[in-house]
Design a protein around this ligand. Structure first.
Ligand SMILES: NC(=O)c1ccc[n+]([C@@H]2O[C@H](COP(=O)([O-])OP(=O)(O)OC[C@H]3O[C@@H](n4cnc5c(N)ncnc54)[C@H](O)[C@@H]3O)[C@@H](O)[C@H]2O)c1
Length: 263
């Protein structure tokens, strides 16, 4: 008789007491991921320049990720408490809401150079600095996971027709930073593979957040699944990447966009 050896419980999924840092954890997507991780009893540490909107059991560091000294102070907290950093999620970025931007102000022809510096500083320099500071710490323990948040716009160019008549233009900095995040992911995955640090990127498609009706109608037509993502629809992906269920995954870009980039 053949007996099944499949374990009843999946032992590779356990985030209880894992120490997980998430940058931009008080933003729209960050809050979803944070809540999902807390539900799995992980210890979540948020680094953000925005205070939390509601009470949370996550520990909050009010800090700008573009300042290396701030990050070093946060690292000292972990060192003093003698605790590891199990996972770093580089999620913070400047993600402009079309409703709050002056018409035509992001046209490439006169794109303000100070925004180039500001936007790339947060998403690229900030992610690089967090990787450098917390990744180096992980490397001392020969174990760690880094997850970088890119976008479907890290794979394809923005379709500016989506914003037609609204006066909004998806800024060039968004494309550059979301593509760059993928480069950072591959570099880190290769560089620290021997230190057992896995680094992957997630490329989410647009999340529904009460955007303008005409925008939603247009974008839905570009998505094979016919709709934008619900705000909690990426939780499973982050839980998977934070856990040992993804133990053979490194340097990958997981595109979760309802199929937008396949057509
Ligand atoms: N919302 C979407 O539809 C969508 C789609 C694909 C990818 N993404 C990506 O998801 C991530 C989160 O986006 P979001 O929509 O939640 O945006 P958001 O603006 O709501 O959140 C970004 C967070 O980053 C924080 N932040 C900005 N600058 C910072 C700094 N210097 N130091 C520390 N924190 C800083 C902000 O305060 C904010 O809380 C981004 O990387 C974005 O590119 C979002």
């Amino acid at each position: 008789m053949i007996t099944s050896k499949i374990p009843k419980k999946n032992i590779n999924f356990n985030l209880k007491n894992k120490n997980i840092i998430i940058t931009g954890g008080n933003g729209f997507l960050g809050r979803q991921i944070t809540d999902a991780l807390i539900n799995e009893e992980a210890n979540v540490f948020i680094i953000d320049i925005k205070k939390p909107k509601k009470k949370t059991s996550a520990k909050f560091f009010y800090s700008d990720i573009t300042k290396e000294n701030n990050l070093k102070k946060i690292l000292n907290f972990f060192k003093k408490k003698k605790i590891k950093v199990d996972v770093l999620i580089n999620n913070a970025a400047v993600n402009y809401s079309p409703k709050k931007i002056k018409r035509n102000s992001f046209k490439l022809e006169n794109f303000p150079n100070f925004l180039w510096d500001k936007d790339l500083n947060v998403s690229l320099k900030g992610s690089y600095l967090c990787t450098k500071i917390f990744g180096s710490y992980m490397s001392k323990f020969n174990k760690g996971i880094i997850i970088n948040v890119s976008s479907d716009l890290g794979i394809i160019a923005p379709d500016q027709r989506l914003y037609e008549n609204s006066g909004f233009i998806k800024p060039i900095t968004y494309s550059i930073s979301k593509h760059g995040i993928i480069g950072l992911t591959k570099y880190t995955a290769s560089y620290w593979a021997k230190k057992n640090i896995r680094c992957n990127a997630v490329a989410p498609g647009g999340i529904f957040n009460n955007q303008d009706n005409s925008f939603v109608k247009r974008i839905n037509q570009l998505i094979p699944l016919g709709r934008m993502a619900k705000k909690n629809e990426y939780n499973g992906l982050f839980l998977f990447l934070c856990s040992d269920l993804s133990s053979y995954l490194t340097g990958s870009v997981i595109i979760a966009d309802g199929g937008r980039t396949i057509i």
